[in-house]
Design a protein around this ligand. Structure first.
Ligand SMILES: Cc1cc2nc3c(=O)[nH]c(=O)nc-3n(C[C@H](O)[C@H](O)[C@H](O)COP(=O)(O)OP(=O)(O)OC[C@H]3O[C@@H](n4cnc5c(N)ncnc54)[C@H](O)[C@@H]3O)c2cc1C
Length: 443
């Protein structure tokens, strides 16, 4: 393995991008478009990160993202390789019954009365996520639906989570209701809640690449030929007089005009020995195990995305992607993706697919009574880095990401920004921050 040589320079030293997931690739392509020399370092041997799909025995499923939009596909220049989703909706399944989200939930007089009461009450500033959920959604909906889901994807009680967890959740309830009505009227799978960085509208709907999400990152990587270095971890970032000056790679120092990191935020202090970023080591992510059940039938869930709040269940969401993207499974079959929160090394993390299936099947049978007889096969995937945990205790550390003050160090993407960002959010935010960086380098 040789140390990357900086390309012929237009701006002096290159900008070094750490990570070749979606954010790293978007950052590098934008810097290149701005005429800035760029080098991408990737510790492992493949690009894509969370935005990768898997094909096993004729079925296809994803690591992270399943639902992307026509606006993102168009911006990346891959809309011609995508098909429209045939439908999109969400449901909440609780105590044996399903309610569509949001209109079905709004038919519950209890939820509506409690939400109205919360609106009328003068609430003091929320101290915890639990307070904020109750004051925004009303106690009934918060306690029975929103808080159990939040706790399942965070692994902590809502009283120990920060109210800022709600900052990045796109759209208010009025907008959600209006777009849901537009979805029903137009029969188009309008995207709701999938982007906070650009306006939601009836012209933004769900699509999916025919050949899986890898199409997005492959398209970006193709524009960076020769500048992505796989199996090349950054060993250290060097800072002098408060400014990034170089990155150590294979024992050599590579001069850098700036570093864009897309690595998970808590890993940054391992390669950057500076008190300004040391607090980031305290941040943590919730790990997730995904069980993929290949079963006979199609359209077996109340909605393609079915939320299952409640501590009695071993999972908090079940997704049937072929309901929305029929080409992801052979005719007559479907795939259920079951999302299970975990801690690296715990009994969920270490269980194999068959054992996880046996833990989940009783609960799933309440949703699909004959699920056991429909089973064809079961697979599992897992990621140690799924949901940023907005613990109250680590809020000061989280704020360090935006305020470390090191010139030439930019954090981009879901993991480095430590925020629940979906792909379109990552895209628009990263474009903006690269343009800002470009102006700084030029000035
Ligand atoms: C369960 C789940 C479901 C999602 N569903 C959707 C969806 O339906 N629609 C949507 O738009 N978005 C969805 N997302 C979000 C989407 O997957 C991300 O926004 C996007 O893929 C983030 O790209 P990124 O480059 O910031 O992060 P990553 O893809 O994680 O890449 C960051 C970089 O960090 C590296 N890295 C990661 N872990 C480590 C480690 N431990 N050590 C060293 N390096 C590491 C990676 O290799 C990569 O180079 C979902 C995410 C999750 C977790």
């Amino acid at each position: 393995m040789t140390t990357p040589t900086p390309p012929p320079s237009t701006t002096g030293e290159p900008v070094v991008v750490l990570g070749a997931g979606f954010a790293g690739l978007v950052a590098a392509v934008e810097l290149d478009r701005l005429g800035i020399d760029v080098i991408v370092l990737k510790a492992s041997g493949a690009v894509g990160g969370l935005a990768t799909s898997h094909t096993v025995d004729g079925i296809r499923f994803d690591t992270g993202a399943h639902f992307v939009t026509n606006r993102l596909a168009t911006a990346l220049g891959v809309m011609d390789q995508c098909r429209d989703a045939t439908e999109y909706s969400e449901a909440v399944w609780r105590n044996g019954t399903a309610a569509s989200y949001p209109l079905g939930l709004m038919r519950s007089p209890r939820y509506v009365t409690s939400a109205l009461a919360a609106r009328l009450r003068r609430n003091p500033a929320s101290r915890t996520a639990a307070d904020r959920f109750r004051s925004e959604y009303g106690r009934a909906l918060a306690d029975e639906v929103a808080i159990p889901l939040l706790e399942a994807w965070s692994g902590l009680p809502a009283e120990e989570l920060a109210p800022s967890i709600l900052d990045k959740i796109p759209g208010g309830i009025g907008e959600t209701v209006a777009l849901t009505a537009a979805r029903r009227l137009t029969h188009r799978p309008i995207a709701i809640g999938y982007c906070a960085e650009a306006p939601q509208s009836a012209n933004v709907w769900h699509v999916y690449p025919r050949d899986g999400l890898g199409v997005f990152t492959d398209r970006l990587a193709a524009q960076l030929a020769g500048r992505i270095h796989l199996d090349t971890p950054a060993e250290a970032i060097h800072v002098r007089d408060g400014r990034v000056v170089s990155v150590r790679v294979h024992g050599d120092d590579l001069p850098a005009a700036a570093v864009v990191t897309t690595l998970p935020a808590p890993l940054l202090p391992r390669i950057l020995d500076d008190p300004a970023v040391a607090p980031l080591a305290a941040l943590s992510f919730r790990a997730m195990v995904f069980l993929q059940l290949r079963i006979r039938g199609r359209g077996l869930l109340p909605a393609p995305v079915t939320w299952t709040p409640g501590s009695e269940l071993p999972f908090f969401r079940v997704t049937e992607t072929p309901m929305a993207m029929p080409w992801l499974a052979p005719v007559g079959e479907t795939v259920l993706t079951v999302d299970i929160g975990a801690r690296v090394g715990d009994s969920t993390w270490t269980a194999d697919a068959d054992e996880l299936a046996s833990r989940c099947l009783d609960a799933l049978a309440a949703l699909i009574p004959d699920v056991c007889t429909r089973m064809i096969d079961v697979y599992s995937t897992r990621t140690p880095i799924a949901y940023p945990v907005f613990a109250l205790a680590t809020e000061p550390a989280r704020r360090t990401i935006a305020k470390h003050g090191i010139r030439g160090l930019v954090s981009a993407g879901r993991n480095a920004e430590f925020a629940h960002l979906l792909m379109e959010d990552v895209y628009w935010r990263t474009l903006r921050s690269m343009r800002r960086l470009g102006r700084q380098l030029a000035g």
